[in-house]
Design a protein around this ligand. Sequence first.
Ligand code: BGC
Length: 385
Amino acid sequence: MHQKLPKNFLFGSATSAHQIEGGNFDSDWYAWEKKGLTADKYTSHPAANSWNLWQKDIELLKETNQNAYRLSIEWAKIEPEEGNFSQEAIEHYRKIFEVLKKSNITVMATLHHFTIPLWLAKKGGFANKKSISYFTRYALKMIGEYKNLVDLWATFNEPKVLILKGYIQGEWPPCQRNFYQAIQVWKNLKNAHISAYLAGKKITKKPIGIVENISAYEKANNSVLTNLAVRIARFFDTTIFIKPIIKYSDFLGINYYMKFIIDGFGHYMPKNAPKNDFGWSINQEGLHQVIMENSIYAKPIYITENGIADNKDKFRSQFIADALTNIQKAIADGADVRGYFYWSLLDNFEWAAGYSQKFGLFTIDRKIKQSAKDYAELIKKSKTD
Ligand code: BGC
């Protein structure tokens, strides 16, 4: 890093409940996984067993000097039956948040990270307009319970990815390929966010925001077609997901993973960069681009996810160092970036890919990787230089 990040900058990592906890038996995803549909046929149980080993996870954060953690609350565990909130699950997350607070670790809690309770899935999930009031009731309950413990609230993780995978490509539950339904889902997610935001702000002063997946685009040439295609790509990739709700968001969470070269109406990933195990090319300079482009919304920005599938841990240290360099550059260029959460703290259940892809700073049995040591060093240096 060439210069220091701001004094109160958050250095952390991110996880989601379904991907690390195990035991999410009352969720739509578990019902789908049980049919043997993941790449390796494994289910999300027991994942990294964080439901039982969460104290150990907090130790991992401390051991690597991280001062922030983004984790999600599992709706299907909190409300396993419609309208019946599980006190046991509520107390479970309370303990986690209390220990994080005692450890001086800033907490960003995500209310929805792809999964929903089975009872809601049976009613049509987010394609059902009533999901707006169900989500608001759940969100309000959570904000009320943990308002003194959670520092930042994120309503939804990547609405676009949920819609794309679940309702357009049909690869994730509910495995639909229905453009009309996809539009209904987007409307309901947007309104659920707004409704939860407005209700939440009545009971907490803590920031409430949303997390979006944003890719970088580069033009292969300056043709009229390419210029038009880039504008269309940006519009469908980000603008329609951010513009209608940003007024109701105290911050913008950016998950950055990919860059695309647009050539006419075709697109591809940069060919001259190394690729991660998923086959995605590694282009951390795109992080600077997406931060600058999305600074137009004039909201504080958190990089809520940025990660690499890298089983051999070959590229991860440089990947994180490059992320921080690009963030510094963006801050120097006037962007208001408040934190960086590497995806992920641990190797975990990578959705349809099962356990085949490894994003963690630690292995699933919590062995430290070299990249975690290097990240810890970078954080220490930034805090003491
Ligand atoms: C999701 C994570 C996922 C990661 C890597 C993000 O889009 O929020 O849940 O594990 O990508 O694929």
